[in-house]
Design a protein around this ligand. Structure first.
Ligand code: ATP
Length: 211
């Protein structure tokens, strides 16, 4: 039996909430608030990387540090949801890393870009994913927020706005996401954001408590 078949039979596909949206739309702001309010409900997965550990970084905590050969072997075994090369190092999110978060009693949240969203969709036999898109009220407001954050160069703002148009185009397609939240008034956006994610937690863990 393949891994996908056995996971499907046992109903064991790990649950994951995929949060995406243009850079500067407010994902980090919303997630930070959620983690403050529910520190024990949610977690991020630990990525694999081929880069060397920096001082203070622990294997299995900050990253799973592996050799290039080990990484490529995992790729050939289809163990990653997504992986990418950045500055000559490979980085990836494994299905097991998501499962580990679930096994610790938390829902795994993936904060990823459009390519990652598509990659998770292609793994629907291995992951039980719910997709949440955070949209800006308009591209003009998004530009103001990116400028206001004071972290981007002019060139980076232009690139981010171009990518944002692509992401919004994808998000407008039928069924691309389970919920789209427009982050206009922060408190209102947060209430909707929280409701969607906490519901996922309760469905997963409260149901098990009642078994
Ligand atoms: N509803 C809101 N109203 C006004 N400003 C907001 C709102 N939400 C977030 N911001 C501000 O917009 C800026 C961008 O937010 P944030 O850094 O959370 O975006 P992000 O989506 O996580 O971006 P990236 O993907 O680049 O990490 C921040 O300065 C933040 O304080």
């Amino acid at each position: 039996m393949s891994e996908a078949q056995s996971l499907a039979v046992k109903g064991q596909r790990p649950v994951v909430v995929v949060v995406s949206g243009p850079s500067g739309t407010g994902k980090s702001t919303l997630l930070k608030r959620l983690f403050q309010e529910y520190p024990d409900y949610f977690g991020f997965s630990v990525s694999h990387t081929t880069r060397a550990p920096r001082p203070g970084e622990e294997d299995g905590k900050h990253y799973h540090f592996v050799s290039r050969d080990e990484f490529l072997s995992l790729v050939s075994q289809n163990k990653f949801i997504e992986y990418t090369e950045f500055s000559k190092n490979l980085y990836g999110t494994s299905i097991k890393a998501v499962k580990d978060v679930e096994d610790s009693g938390k829902i795994c949240i993936l904060d990823i870009e459009l390519q990652g969203v598509k990659a998770v969709k292609s793994k629907s036999s291995l992951l039980d994913a719910r997709f949440l898109f955070v949209a800006p009220p308009s591209l003009q407001v998004l530009e103001q927020r990116l400028r206001g954050r004071g972290t981007e160069t002019e060139e980076s703002i232009k690139t981010r706005l171009k990518v944002a148009e692509e992401e919004l185009g994808y998000a407008n397609q039928e069924g691309a996401h389970d919920l789209i939240i427009v982050n206009d008034v922060l408190d209102e956006a947060y209430e909707n954001f929280k409701a969607f994610i906490v519901e996922t937690y309760e469905k997963k863990f409260k149901k098990e408590e009642n078994l």
